[in-house]
Design a protein around this ligand. Structure first.
Ligand code: GAR
Length: 188
């Protein structure tokens, strides 16, 4: 039986689309639904194109967790991927999916993690601190922001000419290449 994976995304959803496309013809995983805390996030357009149902839940509902948990159980979801999802995962979900929720963070944790550290905020902070490298971290999710055990880190070199935008491009490139591989590594 295929592992049923729900993807949570708050924004554009390019990682969500990349993962779903990568595993399009595989016999290990299926992606029955995408959940978002934003009704107008671009990820819903991508879901439509991919013919995968996507749903909006309010921030309050996500924080509470119980309604989401019922919903995930209805779909018999085994695992959850956070792909640009910006809310903290509530304890009720962490406990219901032990070692079965993973997140991608666009920097080398434990640096540049924590509340408010997402997307471009991360790349701006990396630039401002004059780092000579950045990268991606794929990790298990626990009750705290960006804190669970690390599954995979991949680095990229930075130079003085890099801007937050060019850092974002480098990091996105790594995400598209390595996030699907990390998923395969732990769950295939
Ligand atoms: C990705 O770069 C992801 O690493 C980051 O948000 C972006 C979402 O892009 N996640 C975080 O910052 C989580 N703290 P996408 O919507 O195009 O996949």
């Amino acid at each position: 039986m295929k592992r049923k994976i729900a993807i949570f995304a708050s924004g554009s959803g390019s990682n969500a689309e990349n993962i779903i496309s990568y595993f399009e013809k595989n016999d290990k995983f299926e992606f029955p639904l995408i959940l978002s805390n934003k009704p107008d996030a671009y990820v819903h357009q991508r879901a439509k194109k991919l013919q995968i149902p996507s749903f909006y839940f309010s921030k309050e509902s996500f924080i509470d967790g119980n309604e989401i948990l019922d919903f995930l159980n209805t779909y018999k979801i085994d695992s959850i991927i956070l792909a640009g999802f910006l809310l903290k995962v509530p304890e009720v979900l962490v406990q219901a999916f032990p070692n079965n929720i993973i997140n991608i963070h666009p920097a080398l944790l434990p640096k540049f993690g924590g509340k408010g550290m997402y997307g471009d905020n991360v790349h701006k902070a990396v630039k401002a601190s004059g780092e000579t490298e950045s990268g991606i971290t794929v990790h298990y999710v626990n009750e705290h922001y960006d804190d669970g055990n690390i599954i995979l880190q991949v680095k990229c070199a930075l130079n003085d000419l890099d801007t937050p935008e060019s850092i974002a491009d480098k990091v996105h490139g790594l995400e598209y290449e390595f996030f699907p591989k990390a998923i395969e590594q732990i769950w295939a």
